[in-house]
Ligand binder design. Structure first.
Ligand code: WTA
Length: 660
C-alpha cells in the first residue's frame, strides 16, 4: 500500500522525446486520441479495419463481432486464417526469408541465429511429423519445454496444423503437469531431455514420465523429446520419439491448415481463486490481431528493431510477446535460455550490448533483484555496459514501484527511453492498459491509459463507475478481440469468474483493484482483489497452495496469504495446523522444510511458502470462517492491536505471530 500511496502522490511526469514521437506508429497524444475516438464512434468498424490491415486472411470475414451469445463473444467468425502462416510464410513471401527471426542465446552463451526461412522449414517439418503421428486439427498437444528455438517451433507447428497447444511452464511439478494433460485431453506431449538454467541441468523428460505414470493420460500416444543436454532418460519405445529423428525424414513444406478465426489456438492454465487452475482458451484471429497490433502500438516495433522479451514461453507473456507477436510483426527477436544472474547479474546488460537490443521487455522483479546486485557489485551495474542501442523499455507482470521505475529509466534507459508499464493478464491476450512510447506522458508506477479500443473502467461492488481519484474494481466494459473465449471445458466457470452477476453480468472483471488519477485519468493498479498472489510476477492461487499443504499426511488445516516483499512483490506465508501437537524449534523448522519440499513436489518450486508458521488452530470467526485479514497482518509482522472482537480464539494470534 505504501507503494500505491507514493504513486498517487507521484508528481514527476516524463514526456516522450521529440525524436521518439517523430517516428512512432502512434505519434503524439492527438494520434492516440484519434484512435480512441475512432473506436468510440464505430467500434466494429475500428476492429474490422485493424484485423484486415494486420492479418492475412485466407477467407475474409464478413462480420466483426457477434454478441448474441454474450459473454461468449465471437470475432471475425466466418474469416479463415492460419497463425503460423501469418507469423512465417507471409514474411518469406515478402522477401524477408533471410531476416533473423530468432537470435537464441543458450545458458552457456552459445548463440544460434534462425532466419524466417529456416524457422518456417523447421516448423513445417515438425508439423508434418505431428501429422504423421496422427495429430489432427482440434487435437490438444501439451508442450513442456525449456526456452529454446524448439519450444517456439513446437508451438508454431501446432498452430500450423490447427492443433491447440497447451504450454506448461518447465518449473511445474509432475502432478501439475499431469492435471493439465488430463484436463486438456492431450494426444501428444512435446518435451526435452533436460533444461539448462544457471549452469545446472534440470530434468524435464523424467517429470513427463512421472506425469504420465500418474494416470488419466491414456489419450497421450506420442511423447516427442528434444535432445538438449544428452542427459540420461528413461525410454518407452511404444510412445517416446526423439524429435531430431522424427523430423529428419519429413518434408520442410507443409501446407498451413486454414482454420476459422475462433478456432482455439491455445489453452494456457492459470491460477484463479479456487484450488483448480483454469484453462484459459484463446482464439486464433482476435488473439493474433492483438499480438501483432500491440507490438506496433506499445513497442513501436520497426523492421530494423531487435526485440527482447525475457519471459518464458510457459507464461502468457512468452506466448504473445515471443512466439506470436514478434513473429507476426516480422521482427527480429532475442530469446534466452538462462537466468538473469548467471554467470553474473550483468547478463541482461551484456546481452543487450552484444545483440544491440533496441526494445527490451522484462519484469519488475528482475529489475529489483538486478538493482540489488548492482548496488552490491559495481561490475554488474548497467552503467558498465553499452546500452545505447535501447529505444523503448517495458515491464510486465506486477506493479513497478516508482524507485525501481526511476532506476530502470535512468540506469538502463539512459534517461532517454520511454518505459511502457504494460498491464494485462493471461485472459486479456495482450496489453490492455499501457503507455504508448511516442505519445503518453509517463508517470512512474502508473500503467497510464487504456489502449485504443479497450474500454477499461473502475467500478464499485454494484458495477457503477466511481469518480476518478477513488479506488475500485478494474473492469473492461466491452468485449475485445484478444479476450479469452472460455475456460476450457468449463463455460460456467468462465461466466461466473469473469462476468459476475453482481456487477450486472456484462462487465469483464479483471480481478485487480485500480484507481484513476483525478486529473489525467491515468490508471494505477492496486493488486489482486481475489485470492490470487503475485510472486515475482507469477500468479499463484492461495487455495492451490492450501490444498497442496493439506494433502500432506501431517497437516490438518492450512491458510495461505501474501505479504509484501521488496524483491518478489509478494511472498507466500502459510499458517499450518498439524494433526499432532504444534512443533517448535528445530523440529518445527524440520517439518516446515518438509512441507516446503512437499509443496514444490505438488505444484512446483515457485509455490513454496517463504514463511511457515504453526499454530494449534487458525484464527476463526464464531461461524468458523478463517480470518485472513488477521493472517495478512501477522504475515507482515504487524503487532498493532487489530480488531479481534469477532474472533473465537484470540490467543492463537500470538502463536501464529512467532516465526520459526
Ligand atoms: C498483475 C501477466 C500491475 C495483475 C501478463 C494481473 C500487473 C496479473 C501488471 C496477471 C502491471 C500484470 N502492473 N500489475 N503492469 N501486469 N499485473 O495472468 O495483478 O500472469 O491481474 O499475466 O498480473 O498475471 P498473468
Amino acid at each position: 500500500m505504501a507503494a500505491i500511496e507514493s504513486v498517487m502522490h507521484e508528481g514527476r511526469v516524463f514526456e516522450p522525446a521529440a525524436s521518439i514521437v517523430e517516428t512512432a506508429a502512434v505519434s503524439g497524444m492527438p494520434a492516440y486520441h484519434a484512435l480512441v475516438a475512432e473506436a468510440e464512434r464505430d467500434y466494429e468498424g475500428f476492429w474490422g479495419r485493424l484485423a484486415r490491415t494486420a492479418l492475412d486472411w485466407q477467407t475474409p470475414f464478413t462480420k466483426v463481432l457477434d454478441e448474441s451469445r454474450a459473454p461468449f463473444y465471437t470475432w471475425f467468425e466466418d474469416g479463415r486464417l492460419n497463425a503460423s502462416y501469418n507469423c512465417l510464410d507471409r514474411h518469406v513471401e515478402n522477401g524477408l526469408g533471410e531476416k533473423a527471426a530468432l537470435i537464441f542465446e543458450a545458458d552457456d552463451g552459445t548463440v544460434t541465429r534462425v532466419s524466417y526461412r529456416d524457422l518456417l522449414a523447421r516448423v513445417s517439418r515438425l508439423a508434418n511429423a505431428l501429422k504423421a503421428r496422427g495429430v489432427k486439427t482440434g487435437d490438444r498437444v501439451v508442450i513442456y519445454m525449456p526456452m529454446s528455438v524448439e519450444g517456439v517451433v513446437a508451438m508454431q507447428a501446432c498452430a500450423r496444423i490447427g492443433a491447440t497447444h497447451s504450454v506448461v511452464f518447465g518449473g511445474f511439478s509432475s502432478k501439475s503437469l499431469n492435471e493439465r494433460i488430463v484436463d486438456a485431453g492431450a494426444v501428444a506431449v512435446i518435451t526435452a531431455d533436460e533444461q539448462m538454467r544457471g549452469g545446472r541441468a534440470l530434468p524435464l523428460k523424467s517429470i513427463v514420465d512421472e506425469a504420465l505414470a500418474a494416470g488419466g493420460t491414456e489419450t497421450v500416444t506420442s511423447v516427442i523429446v528434444y535432445r538438449r543436454t544428452g542427459g540420461d532418460v528413461h525410454w518407452d519405445a511404444a510412445r517416446d520419439l526423439w524429435l531430431h529423428e522424427l523430423v529428419a525424414t519429413q518434408s520442410d513444406v507443409c501446407a498451413p491448415e486454414w482454420v476459422g478465426a475462433e478456432h482455439p489456438l491455445f489453452i494456457l492454465y492459470t491460477s484463479g481463486s479456487t484450488g483448480k487452475p483454469k484453462g484459459v482458451q484463446h482464439s486464433t484471429g482476435g488473439y493474433l490481431l492483438w499480438a501483432q497490433q500491440t507490438m506496433q502500438w506499445t513497442f513501436d516495433i520497426k523492421s530494423e528493431d531487435v526485440f527482447w522479451c525475457t519471459a518464458d514461453i510457459g507464461w502468457i507473456t512468452g506466448h504473445t510477446y515471443i512466439c506470436y507477436g514478434p513473429t507476426a510483426a516480422g521482427a527480429t527477436q532475442v530469446i534466452f535460455e538462462g537466468v538473469p544472474t548467471y554467470p553474473d547479474a550483468g547478463r541482461f546488460w551484456k546481452m543487450i550490448e552484444q545483440h544491440r537490443v533496441t526494445v527490451f521487455y522484462t519484469a519488475p522483479t528482475a529489475i529489483r533483484s538486478l538493482i540489488k546486485a548492482a548496488d552490491a557489485n559495481p561490475e554488474v551495474h548497467p552503467r558498465r555496459y553499452d546500452l545505447s542501442s535501447l529505444r523503448v523499455i517495458g515491464t510486465v507482470g506486477e506493479p513497478i514501484n516508482p524507485a525501481a521505475w526511476m532506476w530502470y529509466h535512468d540506469e538502463v534507459g539512459g534517461g532517454r527511453c520511454p518505459i511502457v508499464d504494460t498491464f494485462w493478464q493471461t485472459e486479456t491476450g495482450g496489453h490492455v492498459i499501457s503507455p504508448l512510447p511516442g505519445a503518453t506522458p509517463l508517470v512512474p508506477g502508473s500503467c497510464t491509459l487504456p489502449l485504443p479500443g479497450i474500454l477499461a473502467a473502475v467500478v464499485d461492488e454494484t458495477g457503477q463507475e466511481v469518480p476518478n481519484g477513488q479506488g475500485g474494481i478494474l473492469v473492461i466494459k466491452r468485449p475485445w478481440p484478444a479476450m479469452l473465449r472460455t475456460v476450457w471445458r468449463d463455460p460456467e466457470r468462465f461466466r461466473k469468474s469473469y462476468f459476475p452477476e453482481e456487477l450486472g453480468g456484462t462487465l469483464y472483471l479483471a480481478g485487480d483493484g485500480a484507481v484513476r488519477d483525478a486529473t489525467t485519468g491515468n490508471f494505477t493498479i492496486m493488486g489482486r482483489i481475489d485470492d490470487v498472489l503475485n510472486i515475482s510476477g507469477h500468479r499463484m492461487g492461495t487455495m492451490e497452495i492450501e490444498s497442496a499443504l493439506v494433502s500432506h499426511p501431517l497437516v490438518a488445516e492450512a491458510a495461505v496469504v501474501g505479504r509484501p516483499d521488496d524483491t518478489t512483490g509478494e511472498a507466500i506465508v502459510a499458517f499450518v495446523v498439524l494433526k499432532r501437537t504444534r512443533p517448535t524449534g528445530d523440529e518445527g523448522r524440520a517439518i516446515a522444510n518438509e512441507l516446503r519440499a512437499w509443496v514444490a513436489k505438488q505444484i512446483g518450486p515457485i509455490a513454496k511458502p517463504r514463511d511457515l508458521r504453526f499454530g494449534d488452530n487458525l484464527p476463526k470467526t464464531r461461524s468458523g470462517k478463517i480470518m485472513r485479514r488477521l493472517l495478512r497482518g501477522l504475515a507482515k509482522g504487524e503487532t498493532a492491536p487489530q480488531d479481534t472482537s469477532t474472533l473465537e480464539n484470540p490467543a492463537i494470534l500470538e502463536q501464529l505471530g512467532e516465526a520459526l
